[in-house]
Design a protein around this ligand. Sequence first.
Ligand SMILES: Cc1cc2nc3c(=O)[nH]c(=O)nc-3n(C[C@H](O)[C@H](O)[C@H](O)COP(=O)(O)OP(=O)(O)OC[C@H]3O[C@@H](n4cnc5c(N)ncnc54)[C@H](O)[C@@H]3O)c2cc1C
Ligand code: SF4
Length: 534
Amino acid sequence: MITHNADIVIVGSGITAALMAASLAEKTTKSILVVEAGKPTTPFADRVKARERWRAYGESPWKQDHLDDQNATGTTWGFSPSMNVGGLAMHWGGVSPRYSPEDFALRSMYGVGSDWPFNYDDLDPFYQEAEERMGVAGEQGPVALDPRGKPYPLPPLPINYNLAQLQQWATKAGIVTWSTPSAKNSVAQDGRGQCQRCDTCYPVCPTGAKYSPDFTWDALVARKRITLVTETLVRKLEADPKTGRITRATGNRTNASGEEVTIEGGTFVLAAGFVWSPHLLLLSKSSAFPDGLANRSGLVGKYLAGHRNVNAYLRLPMELFPGINVQHSLVSKQFMRVPRSARYLRHDLRIWESSVGREPRLRDDDGRVQFGDDLMKDWQQRAKGATARVRGYYDVLPDKESALALDAKKVNRFGDPMPNVSFKDAPESAALKEWQEEQLRDLFRTMAKAGGGEILRMENSANDLGQEHPVGGCRMGTDPTQSVVDAHGRAHDHENLWVAGAPAQPTASCCNGTLTFVAVGLRTAAAIAGAAAV
Ligand SMILES: Cc1cc2nc3c(=O)[nH]c(=O)nc-3n(C[C@H](O)[C@H](O)[C@H](O)COP(=O)(O)OP(=O)(O)OC[C@H]3O[C@@H](n4cnc5c(N)ncnc54)[C@H](O)[C@@H]3O)c2cc1C
Ligand code: SF4
């Protein structure tokens, strides 16, 4: 039996955990122990090589990034089983927009979904902290649409020639756009290089320009400010039946030894991400807490949310040079701020250059195989002109039955039931879906027309039941009968248990969510540091 002990125990080592640990390490003098089920994966020094092998052979740059038997069943699209030091953000693209102020008050403003227990202005300082800790490069948008207390930490990634052309076209269509904020160094800093526009942000950034959590873990471990325990799966939290205080976490090594592990602590923070945080609470049932921990409301695992998209490729009468930096884009938030109407649709809008329809090809229009100069000439001809990709993420309002439950038919090596995930739209969301997607298609047709172009292809989310940037399962609120954690992430039922980031969110907005997961986690970290319990 292995035993650990710390003042603050953090379960999970993803991006939310990393930046919370950095914040707690500065705000307190307490000992911090981080427990991660997976192994460390490809170190920074090996990433150039990993990228080369990925390009040459399609080999995954991320070795040892999952546990074979730790997986979800049901609707797993939008969910990734990535379990390693750094979590999913070892793979992410780094796109880091903020939610809009409306996202925090959907019920009050639009009569749908739920209000959050705090507003955008409350989160603004934590957005800033998240952006500064990661290093987000961004351009201030129109202040009304893009309110910020302080400027972006880094200058924006450049709007290159292609994006500048596309920006002019969007302006003709009446759409204000700016450089999409990204956790990528526009200026070298903290031992991480400057973005070289080499365009492989995912799967792997060879220069370290894109932030990933391992940078933070390496720095905290080097300063001896935290203890990072890897290959250790927390399988249960135990609570005192009388006081409800969490007394210890128990689990096992995930290496060949499978040894039992006990972790004692003063404060426990669940930062195990969407899926695994509510899963662990459900697994932690006992005679005193027969429905699992933090579950007096019966809402652990419920109200899963996320967003879906409509995507279009447009041919435009302008000349672009394909491949300048396809992973950078323009963003507009003007459709996230809409007047209240009988029907609800808010969405973000992103614009990329694209090479769809302009790729090199081996056969010409008549099916003849082309070689040498002919092949090159054909490509040069076809590469003239421009294709743009546009996409709108729209939010999906969660139903209570959009839920995660334990699936007794699928167990891991220790016999723990794995999670079964099923998304369900709230009735108002289900009723609007067709209309919402048609509105987006209409917008894209109008945009194409404004630029004298045409639509090549339109598509919607690959799987209607899965959702991107999923959240929920431990929703926050002020009413303990309607929520799992309070407005700062502390479990209503257990004074020394906190749930951080994505699982605590009541709704998911309609843009990439990780920056908000981290900001919400940092707000929780500040509350933990200030709490008498620590
Ligand atoms: C290809 C790709 C591209 C993406 N691009 C973007 C993007 O551009 N912008 C954006 O906003 N988002 C993006 N995302 C999503 C983003 O990566 C995730 O939202 C984010 O990383 C989630 O972080 P997290 O801290 O909430 O949880 P996770 O990353 O899920 O971390 C949780 C960690 O906890 C560990 N853990 C879980 N349970 C236990 C347990 N019981 N015991 C011990 N450890 C445990 C897990 O192993 C894991 O390491 C992308 C994702 C992918 C896959
Ligand atoms: S473009 Fe290249 S250097 Fe820049 S963030 Fe992406 S992978 Fe890293």
